[in-house]
Design a protein around this ligand. Structure first.
Ligand code: SF4
Length: 694
């Protein structure tokens, strides 16, 4: 059969959380598959960014894992699946017998589907532990915590579509959609701006978003370029300006919120001038932005990892919630607090319960009623105490943790203080990794299982605005690889005898919807090609474009306002490390780069890491643009090319986590937000050394 005779398959881009629809055109050979646009895809109308267009390039990459591997005497050798399964089951049983079930940690993956993550967390809980987590911990755990606690659901309050149609002001803080969510930026944000919306961008780094709107600064576009880690004082200036000018929506606050008095008290003696100086932004610019937001008919906040990845990440997002609640910008189209999620299924991975404190549908593990309702379906007892988060799991190696099961994740590169993570994994008793490539983490494994890629299998994923969509697969490229779902079914059945006997992703989804109230009304048929925005409680529900029209999902039904005060980053510049290091991602790469670094088109754009340095700092250190320098923190050092640019503020340096040899995470600080356990990737003390051999 020629390639022209085979029907293309409609699926979802495997990269960011926008959830663009694409098609994969199978060719004659299994490895021969091409990208095709999906013209009327619901999210993107056929448009894709550079990553989406290059997605099929890595499916048949020469580095694909094609057979199970077992490590012996420090070397990997090929093994049969039977041998690999036997080893995994015997090691996991031994660990449970000797140390108890909480000695294992399980890592789900936002690169895999809802059904796979659902089964992984069920496997962990059947094993007897809640030590299961996913990379939402590294990106938006604090956002999820604040949104759940103060509004009810840990997700975007609104959808991209209603925001584009209705929002008059887009307040984008700590996010760079033009770089990290390109199609959301071009299809939705830019359209809103063309229709007259104003953009307020709050970010320490001038970036693609800053220049993407083509509108005059101060007229309908302000960039408030603050010092890293000063988001709370900046928003407190905004909030105090709102209070001073009577821009509070009194009726909304009275009827739908509680806590405004706490906010008033918190800000009573707050000194706006001193705070503006700390932020490094003129006070009048912040006051002007406050006026634009507070006096708009509909104003929407978009929040990114520049807010969440701090030790005060929960409070950062709480202050955005305070602003939205105080001005009545919630519960209707074009408003809300909207986290832009990074990976194609990071929302869904959390929705289906791959987190240590919640079961599917964010039901708390320590809520007896919720737990028992899930136990009734699963037929076994679930531990009633929250487990360890992923960073806690790796940090507990050698103490509580003896073994880890990692599906599609790469903690050696994704976690902060990465050199230390490598040392810890060296000490780990047993590590199994299932992935498509030999990742930096898989190198430390005892057993490596070769999985199929996104293009070869079906299932569902949930994008950044809660839209659950189906992915569809073409034929396998390598005969001896297996779908993640089939691997988990086999391991589960061998370990426990029953509860993991599923033939298709749809069968798993049917069980998932029984235990996940917000997905209960969905079926594969109902999802069709459009998908459905959760919550969808009953069959026939069309899903919600925006949340909280009538009330919030908190205990009192009221939105929670809570004043917060400035907490500087845990590590601040000093004599030895006088610079502030901050980090972010590039449009052309994807997180730890396991896929994007292997894509010829993407890698050509940025084959290696670099660091942005302000011209005044460059002059002080004697650095030429393009020169190789050493960037150091207390935890490690990397060699990178210096890009001398005014995009960054003096005293701040900016780099990325994508490149194995010089990842920002060799430098980042592994200190955590106390409530959400998210690491402080966005601010650490750093120093530069010049004179690196070219
Ligand atoms: Fe894929 Fe995101 Fe690009 Fe869309 S915007 S094509 S989902 S990477």
């Amino acid at each position: 059969m020629s390639s022209d005779e085979q029907d293309p398959v409609k699926t979802i881009c495997p990269y960011c959380g926008v959830g663009c629809g694409i098609q994969v055109q199978p060719g004659e050979d299994p490895g021969d598959m091409r990208f095709m646009p999906w013209g009327d895809a619901p999210v993107n109308d056929g448009r894709v960014c550079i990553k989406g267009g290059a997605a099929t390039q890595v499916v048949d990459h020469e580095d694909r894992l094609t057979d199970p591997l077992i490590k012996e005497d420090g070397e990997f050798r090929e093994a049969s699946w039977e041998e690999a399964y036997e080893r995994i089951v015997s090691e996991m049983e031994e660990i449970r017998e000797e140390f108890g079930p909480d000695a294992m940690g399980f890592f789900g993956s936002s690169k895999t589907m809802n059904e796979e993550n659902y089964l992984l967390q069920k496997l962990a809980r059947r094993y007897g532990t809640n030590n299961v987590d996913n990379c939402t911990r590294m990106c938006h755990a604090s956002t999820v915590y604040a949104l759940r606690t103060s509004l009810g659901a840990g997700a975007m309050t609104n959808s991209m579509e209603d925001l584009m149609n209705e929002a008059d002001v887009l307040w984008i803080q700590g996010a760079n959609p033009a770089e990290q969510h390109p199609i959301a930026n071009s299809n939705y944000f830019r359209q809103a701006v063309l229709d007259g919306a104003t953009v307020i961008q709050v970010d320490p780094h001038a970036n693609k978003t800053t220049t993407s709107f083509d509108i005059e600064e101060t007229e309908r576009h302000q960039h408030l370029q603050l010092e890293p880690g000063t988001d709370i004082p900046l928003l407190n200036i905004v909030l105090k300006t709102v209070l001073e000018n009577d821009w509070v929506d009194e009726e909304f606050v009275e009827e739908r919120t509680e806590g405004i008095e706490d906010l008033r008290e918190t800000l009573e003696d707050f000194d706006k001038e001193a705070a503006a100086e700390e932020c490094g932004v003129p006070l009048e610019d912040i006051e002007l932005a406050a006026e634009k937001y507070a006096t708009a008919d509909n104003a929407a906040i978009f929040t990114g990892m520049g807010m969440s990845q701090h030790t005060c990440g929960v409070d950062n997002v709480q202050n955005e919630i305070n602003l939205a609640l105080a001005t009545g910008n919630l519960g209707r189209p074009g408003t809300g607090v909207n986290p832009l999620r990074g990976q194609n299924n990071v929302q869904g991975t959390s929705d289906v319960g791959a987190m240590p404190n919640v079961l599917p549908g964010y039901q708390l593990v320590d809520d007896d009623e919720a737990r028992e309702s899930v136990e009734d379906v699963w037929g076994f007892e679930i531990p009633d105490e929250p487990g360890l988060t992923n960073v806690e799991i790796t940090q507990s190696i050698g103490e509580q943790i003896q073994g880890m099961y990692v599906m599609g994740e790469n903690p050696v590169m994704s976690e902060p203080n990465a050199n230390h993570v490598s040392d810890l994994l060296d000490e780990l008793g047993f590590l199994v990794v299932q992935d498509i490539f030999m990742t930096e983490t898989a190198e430390y494994a005892d057993v490596v299982l070769p999985a199929t890629t996104w293009a070869e299998r079906g299932g569902t994923v949930t994008n950044t605005d809660r839209r659950v969509q189906r992915m569809r697969g073409v034929q396998k490229v390598h005969e001896n690889t297996k779908h993640d779902l089939d691997i988990l079914c086999e391991v589960g059945t061998r370990l426990f005898g029953e509860g993991f006997d599923f033939d298709t992703p749809e069968e798993v989804f049917e069980e998932l919807r029984q235990v996940c109230p917000s997905y209960h009304g969905m079926t594969y048929d109902a999802l069709g090609e459009e998908g459905i925005h959760w919550p969808c409680y009953e069959p026939g529900d069309e899903g919600d474009q925006y949340l909280y029209e009538d009330g919030f999902d908190t205990e009192s039904g009221l939105g929670q306002i809570e004043g917060v005060t400035h907490q500087p980053p845990k590590e601040v510049p000093d004599e030895e490390y006088p610079l502030i290091l901050t980090t972010a991602r590039l449009e052309e790469h994807y997180n730890t780069g396991t896929m994007s670094r292997r894509s010829p088109r993407l890698n050509k754009q940025y084959p290696e890491n670099f660091v942005d340095v302000h011209p005044n700092d460059a002059e002080r250190y004697g650095i030429e643009d393009g020169e190789k320098i050493t960037l150091k923190s207390r935890r490690g050092e990397i060699e990178v090319e210096a890009h001398v640019t005014e995009d960054i503020k003096e005293g701040v340096v900016w780099t990325t986590p994508h490149f194995a040899a010089a990842s920002a995470n060799r430098l980042t600080n592994d200190v955590l937000d106390e409530r959400a356990n998210i690491p402080e990737y966005k601010a650490a003390a750093a120093e530069i050394e010049v004179g690196v051999e070219p």
